[in-house]
Design a protein around this ligand. Structure first.
Ligand SMILES: NC(=O)c1ccc[n+]([C@@H]2O[C@H](COP(=O)([O-])OP(=O)(O)OC[C@H]3O[C@@H](n4cnc5c(N)ncnc54)[C@H](OP(=O)(O)O)[C@@H]3O)[C@@H](O)[C@H]2O)c1
Length: 288
């Protein structure tokens, strides 16, 4: 009878040790990959321009958080007088104080503005014109992305805040922008505009879907950008639209599904790097 010779199996302890080494190496490589990717996203978007904004007045909506807050910081660093138009007055004032302190720019202040109310926009513009005698850059940044709701005047809220409110604000500030020309209007859009459908017979959006409402509002703001540029560029008011990239802010955190999944946020830009894109549009001397 043949005798079968077998190699002795490694001890159980050795097996589990190898397993631990392999999984630790794998996990570390994944973490290192994520870290390098984050660094790449953070440092590859640069605004190399040294241009300053001393003596310029900038108005930015929705600057209590996210991209607006980071942009306001960047503007204050470059010496502009920065006015934050915020729905939460207390928070707005706190943000203005922090930016002021960090950038050593005493010309940062907050004013109350709720873009979901046309009356509030009128009151804001009245107050703004009483305080300020010029406006060089208007940044329409505030954004709503959430469940179905209405503005004070009864419009579907996403459309009302993101587009209508900003349109009305810009319209009322046009004379000041003209007086301060050359001036710029910067509208925050989104690459989601491509999915937007503008149906004027269904402004309330009967079959409401957050993404449909959002993309519709961003498409509307793009149409507004093109038309404003066509009508006002001869007055040296230049209008631009910016897609800031995918940025990890509260606007996306409200979206159920993918954005609740933590690893997806690794793919997002930081607020600071998205603010660099906006800054470039604001200060570049080559854009018309
Ligand atoms: N994050 C992205 O990946 C991304 C991508 C493309 C485009 N965008 C656009 O970038 C802009 C900034 O968004 P974000 O990502 O920085 O979001 P965020 O952190 O949520 O900031 C939105 C700001 O808008 C303000 N706001 C909302 N409703 C308002 C109202 N009725 N009146 C006045 N202010 C109001 C918010 O104030 P409260 O906190 O008081 O509500 C907040 O300060 C938005 O227009 C957004 O659509 C963002």
């Amino acid at each position: 009878m043949d005798s079968v010779t077998r190699k002795p199996l490694p001890a159980k302890g050795v097996q589990s040790f190898t397993l631990v080494i392999i999984s630790t190496t794998f996990l570390s490589s994944v973490l290192l990959g994520i870290f390098l990717w984050r660094m790449y996203l953070r440092w590859t978007v640069k605004c190399k321009s040294e241009n300053r904004l001393d003596g310029k007045t900038v108005l930015i909506t929705g600057a209590t958080s996210g991209i607006g807050k980071a942009t306001a910081h960047e503007l204050a660093l470059r010496g502009a007088r920065v006015i934050l138009a915020c729905r939460n007055q207390q928070l707005g004032e706190a943000v203005a104080r922090t930016i002021s302190k960090k950038t050593r720019n005493g010309d940062v202040l907050a004013l109350y503005l709720d873009l979901a109310s046309l009356q509030c926009i009128r009151d804001f513009v009245k107050q703004f014109k009483e305080k300020e005698n010029k406006l060089n850059i208007l940044i329409n940044n505030a954004g709503y992305f959430g469940p179905k709701a209405a503005t004070v005047d009864g419009y579907e809220r996403t459309f009302g805040v993101n587009y209508l409110g900003h349109f009305y604000l810009t319209y009322l500030l046009h004379d000041l922008l003209m007086k301060s020309a050359p001036s710029r209007i910067i509208n925050l859009s989104s690459n989601y505009y491509v999915k937007g459908k503008l149906d004027f017979n269904d402004l309330p959006l009967v079959n409401y879907d957050m993404m449909d409402a959002y993309s519709r509002s961003k498409l509307a703001i793009l149409h507004f950008t093109v038309e404003a540029h066509r009508m006002w560029s001869w007055e040296a008011i230049w209008t631009f639209s910016v897609h800031p990239g995918c940025v990890a802010t509260s606007v996306l955190r409200r979206y159920p599904g993918l954005f609740e999944y933590p690893p997806s946020s690794c793919d997002f830009k930081s607020e600071q790097s998205s603010a660099k894109t906006l800054t470039l549009v604001k200060i570049s001397t080559n854009l018309r």
